[in-house]
Design a protein around this ligand. Structure first.
Ligand SMILES: [Zn+2]
Length: 111
């Protein structure tokens, strides 16, 4: 029954990753049209906006008039989302080591 329990484990991870995906990674209020994901320069022409990035890298933008738009180009789904969740929740370094002693240099200088 190994395959069956692998399937259950995979499903469990997906559910946890999807729950984690809705967490807020960062948010900021700005008036820039130069963000890498920005294809709506009109939003910031005369007003500030608030961009909220979620853990799955989807971005929600609140405009000055209360309208909400989404940038989902880089949104993580499926395997990519589970991978990212595993890195984030198991404290995995970019080099693939858990609790890496050289995480700072792995992150800033590559590995
Ligand atoms: Zn490392």
């Amino acid at each position: 029954m190994t395959e069956y329990s692998d399937m259950i484990e995979q499903k469990r991870k997906e559910l946890l990753a999807e729950e984690w995906a809705r967490g807020v990674r960062s948010s900021h209020i700005h008036k820039l049209s130069s963000m890498w994901y920005d294809n709506r320069p009109q939003d910031t022409k005369n007003h500030s906006v608030m961009d909220i990035m979620y853990n799955d890298l989807s971005i929600e933008r609140r405009l000055h008039n209360g309208a909400i738009v989404f940038f989902n180009e880089d949104k993580l789904t499926g395997e990519a989302l589970v991978d990212e969740w595993e890195k984030a929740t198991h404290n995995m370094c970019v080099c693939g080591t858990v609790n890496c002693r050289t995480e700072y240099s792995c992150t800033t200088h590559g590995f």
